[in-house]
Write a protein that binds this ligand. Sequence first.
Ligand code: PLP
Length: 433
Amino acid sequence: MAFNKKESFKPFDKKIWLSSPTMHGDEQRWVDDAIQTNWVSTIVININEVEKQIAEYIGVKYAVALSSGTASLHLATKLAGEKLYGQARPNEGTLRSRKVLCSDVTFDASINPVAYEDGEAVFIDTERDTWNMDPVALEKAFEIYPEAKLVILTHLYGTPGKIEELRAVCEKYGALIVEDAAESLGARYLYKGEWKETGAFGDYNCISFNGNKIITGSSGGMFLTDCKDDADKVRKWSTQSREDAPWYQHEEIGYNYRMSNIIAGIVRGQLPYIQEHIDQKRAIYERYKEGLKKLPINMNPYNTKKSVPNFWLSCMIINEDALCQQIRDDQKALYIPEKGKSCPTEILEAISSINAEGRPIWKPMHAQPIYRTHAFVTATGNGRGQSNAYIDKGTVQDVGMDIFRRGLCLPSDNKMTSEQQDRIIEVIRACFE
Ligand SMILES: Cc1ncc(COP(=O)(O)O)c(C=O)c1O
């Protein structure tokens, strides 16, 4: 059995994480500052400072610091819903049964806000060049659902999607964009001849400072926009929607979504290190690429001319003819080891056996039990119900499920040494022996 081959590899004494926080010392200074000045709340200096610095860094006019990327995505989606369909009653979402066209291979936090706002996510298949939303499938979706007016798109694992094409389709159909740049802070894209940061391409943009992101506050997120009214509205909603009155007066539903000054202190300490983290992640990606080049695999792809990813997670995908048999149900996975072949389950097991952390690719949203009844659109049209018991069309498989089936995320922690990464590479190679 292939697994035996890996028994000779010594496990790491200290676990190698997929992507863990990297503190530099300045974080402590700003947290201490908040405590010493007694600003242990959701106002002032650290918050103002991180909002200013992030807005400048990304090239947007306004940033609103929130408790998480999810909170930011929720308020961005709600704002888009209100803009498109008007203010909702207190017990209703702003999207009320409206269709929203969403990235399919993403974290569910990207698209759950559609459900929070009573809308219906329609999932758009993925393209193979960057593993992001396919502009061709998006156009098909607008043909099928011309009433759709909102698109939520993610830049997967720090790799910008085909922004120019996606925006052109959205403009053609008059749709707004919520851009989920939670994983891609610091990634850039050449848009109409000008380099711009991800997080500056949508009508409403979101980033995350979750503990595993390129920089972190332990948690936290931000809403980004060029529109002052939108920034003011999100800030108001995030602090319980208090109206201008001497008492607590409410005209709208509110949330407790504001970032704390302590979290903002950590983010403030991290901000000078974005590029250093990106450079370290890029070196990890390149090292995997080199170390795995003789295997029947490819690294997660990106457009080398039009984009510079932040390389948040290094991923690989196994060639079809080098894939051993692997079966996944809703909770467990099994595989049959085969000489010269492997599969994500085997590689993840092997990585885990040496005390390192990998992860499957995000399971596509259209295949999640909770969203199985939702529409799914591929480059050729409706992605549901396309096989036929009486007519053999071969195996029908969408791109998202194919990447999920053959791909995996590799340990991408920026504190991993080259020697440690070499051992991980050796273990992956052993899986194909
Ligand atoms: C693509 C994507 N969207 C949204 C989120 C949610 O961000 P947060 O954890 O800050 O709520 C994450 C990660 O956590 C993510 O990876």
